[in-house]
Write a protein that binds this ligand. Structure first.
Ligand SMILES: *Cc1c(COP(=O)(O)O)cnc(C)c1O
Length: 397
């Protein structure tokens, strides 16, 4: 619309066709929120020349905007990947991996300690989509080779598992998979991509629930898949397009806003969580502290070898078997500063009891006591300790 033509137009038309969203000469630190369903082409030739796999051209809001692209690039940079895709939740990112890589008749390997909804998603693929799944002992290491079949297409990893915290030997499993041409995907949410770099250990795809540390506010749901390989990126991108999943630029801008402070927050969560976990280890009520930096945790030596930059705010404690599930429930409810809720990565501390035996099918759970997962937020650590002490006294008196 030229200036002279705009003068003749009705007010309603001028409001709709306003071009004052373009502000030359204005610069700031934030990435602008580019809202779009429709992306406008200068002419039909530009529209007709579009190739779905070409990331350098805008196509439609669902496929990306300057805001979501900025977030994708930063997420890839954190883990040393080349490409990232955004999905509307961490679980949608997991689903994108399945639909991008496996079809009926294929076989998938999943660690027994995997994120619960991943297991549930896999069970659905088995029941309704003709896919075969085998759950494996997370500590299996190179012996994963014995479980690989001719039709194995995908191996999931998760290190540490986000409830029971076993640290897998990722490089050993990835090496076996690579030698057989099988794609590996790790749910790397625990480390936020900061403390563990999956591509340096031979993994093909990293999945992040940005809902956690990247968002940092317990107020956004988002996920990402990150990879180095261009062909894998194309496969996942095409599946994502066909599934019709995308994220809003508003949500992406909120994650971008939090991303610059993520490393500092992760380190603060890590310091406080390690301090509380170490103290809990001295308590007679507690039989094991499953924190990757503490020797009770299966894979502690692997954690020391492969993780650089801490464990963040998440760990679990196992209570002595003399306490009943009802007593442990009473402990969780007696906590004042720890809320009861799923997810983590925000500023508020959380606690949640789990019945681990009911969550496993492929490996023996060695503990008789009840497990409580703790997420340590950004409250003052002394206050949190006093709160736990008071709850222990109240529930186990
Ligand atoms: C939270 C979480 C997810 C899923 O993220 P949502 O955005 O809540 O769907 C996936 N994996 C792990 C390990 C998680 O903790």
């Amino acid at each position: 619309m030229t200036e002279s033509s705009s003068k003749k137009l009705d007010m309603q038309t001028r409001i709709v066709q306003s071009e004052d969203n373009i502000t030359p000469g204005f610069a700031s630190f934030s990435v602008p929120v580019a809202r779009a369903s429709t992306v406008v082409f200068p002419d039909l030739a530009s529209m007709r020349s579009l190739v779905w796999s070409d990331d350098s051209k805008w196509r439609y809001g669902l496929h990306g905007t300057p805001t979501t692209m900025a977030l994708m690039q930063r997420l890839a940079a954190i883990e040393g990947g080349e490409y990232a895709l955004l999905q509307p939740s961490g679980l949608a990112a997991i689903s994108n991996v399945y639909f991008g890589l496996v079809k009926s008749g294929d076989h998938v390997l999943i660690p027994d300690n995997a994120y619960g909804p991943n297991r549930d998603h896999a069970d659905w693929l088995v029941e309704d989509f003709g896919i075969e799944v085998t759950y494996y002992d997370p500590m299996i290491g190179a012996a994963i080779a014995d479980l690989i079949r001719a039709n194995t297409k995908l191996i999931w990893l998760e290190a540490p598992g986000s409830v029971t915290m076993e640290v897998q030997d990722v490089p050993a499993i990835a090496a076996v998979a690579r030698a057989k041409g099988i794609v590996t995907a790790i749910d790397n949410t625990y480390s936020a991509g900061l403390a563990f770099k999956p591509f340096d250990h031979g993994v093909d795809i990293s999945v992040q629930a940005l809902t956690k540390y990247q968002s940092g506010g317990s107020d956004i749901l988002m996920g990402a898949t990150i990879m180095r390989d261009v062909e894998l990126h194309k496969k996942l991108k095409r599946a994502r397009m066909r599934l019709g999943v995308g994220v809003s630029s508003d949500d992406a801008s909120l994650v971008l806003r939090s991303l610059s402070s993520m490393k500092l927050r992760y380190e603060a969560h890590d310091r406080a969580a390690f301090e509380l976990a170490t103290w809990l280890k001295t308590r007679s009520e507690v039989s094991a502290v499953l924190h990757p930096a503490i020797a009770d945790c299966p894979g502690h030596e692997i954690f020391k070898r492969d993780f650089k930059g801490g464990a963040g705010g998440l760990f679990s404690i196992v209570f002595d078997k003399r306490y009943t599930a009802a007593q442990v429930d009473a402990f969780v409810e007696a906590l004042d500063l720890f809320s009861i809720g799923w997810s983590w990565g925000g500023s508020h501390s959380l606690a949640m009891p789990y019945d681990v035996r009911s969550m496993r099918t492929a490996s023996q759970w060695p503990h008789d006591g009840v497990l409580v997962r703790c997420y340590i937020g950004l409250e003052e650590v002394g206050d949190l300790r006093a709160d736990i002490e008071a709850a222990l006294a109240k529930a186990f008196a």
